[in-house]
Design a protein around this ligand. Structure first.
Ligand SMILES: NC(=O)c1ccc[n+]([C@@H]2O[C@H](COP(=O)([O-])OP(=O)(O)OC[C@H]3O[C@@H](n4cnc5c(N)ncnc54)[C@H](OP(=O)(O)O)[C@@H]3O)[C@@H](O)[C@H]2O)c1
Length: 248
């Protein structure tokens, strides 16, 4: 049986959710291009995939190097012999104190979490539109649902990503292209390591399984675990004058 996707790019595949998605894809028989900055981690993932009988290639890239994206995208597509799926899982969430006003961190979050997604989804969207088919998966977050005082730029980057992916879905749906938005709560990865107050923590593999399950069925996506959907619904009902008093 042939896999749902023959060829895939996973941006942010060197750890966490992206790594788990790449591993699952390779186990399904998909040939995977692994993209991120840390070459040693990418090689580790590629080596483990190869050992398990899968196919993965390493492409070292900083998603904030926007001028390099288009040429790298073309090189990867040529190497894979086409493209069926783009997964954008790259993201950063540096610690930001409530009394901190650090533009450098804000900029990094917008560049990596949002602009990088646009830089990769543009060539993929154009290719899939012309091909009349393809799948895009973006890893957004529950953090994009309301503007919490604890995470202004991270929340804005994820709200922007969620909105951007919805627009892509509406733009590309009529060409047979599906766009899936995955909104996890807390996931047990390097990003949350040592952070206080975590609850409903799920494994990156659980997020990967949900993401690929939804994408395989051409679904819009959703929250992981699903109960975050109820939280998001309630959060959106809270008026601003009450929400600003909440301590998170
Ligand atoms: N962990 C959570 O609780 C949680 C919850 C909701 C949403 N998310 C989202 O899930 C996604 C994956 O995060 P994770 O939890 O799996 O954390 P992670 O293990 O830290 O993975 C982040 C990935 O992004 C890549 N990345 C970061 N900056 C990059 C850059 N400049 N260029 C290229 N790649 C870059 C990293 O690779 P390199 O460092 O090798 O470049 C790594 O592969 C993120 O978008 C995050 O916002 C996470």
């Amino acid at each position: 049986m042939s896999p749902t996707w023959q060829r895939a790019i996973v941006v942010g595949a060197s750890s966490g959710i992206g790594e788990a998605i790449a591993r699952r894809l390779a186990a399904l028989g998909t040939r995977v291009a692994l993209v991120a900055r840390r070459e040693a981690e990418l090689s580790r993932v590629a080596g483990e995939i190869a050992k398990a009988g899968g196919k993965a290639e390493v492409f070292v890239h900083d998603v904030a190097d926007f001028d390099a994206t288009s040429a790298l995208f073309d090189r990867i597509v040529a190497t894979l012999g086409g493209l069926d799926l783009l997964v954008y899982a790259a993201g950063v969430m540096p610690a930001v104190e409530e009394s901190e006003w650090a533009f450098t961190k804000d900029r990094q979050m917008i560049e990596v979490n949002l602009l990088g997604a646009m830089a990769w989804c543009n060539p993929a969207g154009a290719r899939f539109e012309a091909a009349r088919g393809g799948t895009i998966v973006g890893i957004s977050s529950i953090a994009g649902e309301r503007g919490r005082r604890g995470a202004p730029a991270y929340g804005a980057s994820k709200a922007g990503l969620t909105s951007y992916l919805e627009s892509l879905r509406n733009r590309l749906g009529r060409y047979g292209v599906s766009v899936t938005t995955v909104k996890p709560g807390f996931v047990d990865t390097a990003m949350t390591k040592g952070k206080p107050g975590l609850f409903w923590l799920v494994s990156p593999d659980r997020v990967a399984a949900r993401a690929l399950g939804w994408a395989g069925r051409g679904c819009t996506g959703g929250f992981v675990p699903a109960r975050w959907g109820l939280v998001a619904f309630i959060l959106k009902l809270i008026p601003s004058f009450v929400f600003r008093r909440l301590n998170f």
